[in-house]
Design a protein around this ligand. Structure first.
Ligand SMILES: Nc1ncnc2c1ncn2[C@@H]1O[C@H](COP(=O)(O)OP(=O)(O)OP(=O)(O)O)[C@@H](O)[C@H]1O
Ligand SMILES: [Mg+2]
Length: 273
């Protein structure tokens, strides 16, 4: 079986060249691949370019092959069929990704009707199953709530449930844990693993927080300035990083999580561990 996704991408903006610079990788069916990198390294650009959601001024070159079809050559209507159905995107800003004026049920119903002719009675059953799989209580009163009546952790899981409603083959999750407290982060990461295991979805997982990669991802790609510094298993990346940039990133991560004063300018956090 070939890869589910094969990407070779360069993205330039008129005022910002090489936001992605010959980025090349594959994701197999059921695989969870993490993209780590500093702010501005091109992580969200990668997520949005796969779904052809970049603004018009972006110049995109290369190929995004999904099930052997080059998405960069698809028509707008073909892309609408794929987006949200075969490839779903879950974004970080749980608070703002939901419409504050619409009840939870209305929003899930709209997501259902975007791709399904089957009635909402059938869709509602799927919605309740998916919400339950995301550890959400799914009684009538929950569905009737507005987004401000749920916690951030619940909102993030509602977004995940909506993204999974049509059982996509690929879930792109861009910093899904960044707004969450530690326990909610652990819960979400556990759910992402479950999504891959039980729904069979591949996941392109994006985060700047290295700690979240270790137990979630089959492979980790480290992005540096729009290029891949290195890709490898968590054991390789954490245990024997090949690129200097990865070593620096891990050292910074350790400094932040240790008792040493990482704000002390005398301490060189770029020393390889
Ligand atoms: N519309 C745009 N026009 C010009 N440059 C842009 C535009 N959108 C993004 N960029 C630039 O592209 C680079 C990559 O941005 P991107 O949002 O992909 O980074 P990121 O890795 O997701 O960062 P973060 O971790 O902060 O979310 C940045 O330098 C950013 O300023
Ligand atoms: Mg981003």
């Amino acid at each position: 079986m070939g890869p589910l996704l094969r990407v070779e991408l360069s993205v330039n903006y008129p005022n910002k060249p090489k936001v992605l610079d010959n980025l090349s990788f594959e994701i197999s069916p059921g695989e969870i691949v993490g993209f780590a990198g500093q702010s501005g390294s091109g992580k969200s650009t990668l997520a949005l370019s796969i779904l052809r959601l970049l603004p018009k001024q972006a110049t995109v070159q290369g190929r995004v092959e999904f099930r052997e079809k080059n998405l960069l050559a698809c028509s707008a209507s073909e892309m609408r069929q794929i987006r949200g159905k075969e490839i779903a995107l879950a974004l970080q800003a749980a608070g703002s990704a939901l419409n504050p004026h619409l009840r939870i049920e209305t929003q899930i119903k709209e997501a259902w009707q975007a791709h399904e002719k089957a009635s909402w009675t059938i869709g509602r059953k799927r919605a309740l199953d998916t919400l339950a799989a995301m550890n959400l209580e799914c009684d009538e009163s929950f569905l009737r709530r507005y987004p401000h009546q749920v916690s951030i952790g619940q909102a993030q899981r509602i977004i995940l449930a909506m993204a999974l409603l049509h059982r996509p083959a690929l879930l792109i999750a861009d910093e899904p844990t960044s707004a969450l407290d530690l326990l909610a982060q652990v819960e979400l990461l556990t759910l992402l693993k479950k999504v891959s295991r039980e729904f069979g979805a591949s996941i392109l997982y994006i985060s700047h927080d290295l700690a979240t990669f270790r137990h979630l991802c089959h492979r980790i790609c480290v992005l540096n300035g729009g290029s891949i510094a290195e890709c490898g298993t968590p054991e390789k990346i954490f245990g024997n990083p090949g690129a200097e940039f990865t070593r620096n990133l891990i050292a910074a991560h350790h400094a932040l999580n240790s008792s040493q004063d990482f704000t002390d300018p005398q301490k060189n956090i770029s020393t390889p561990i």
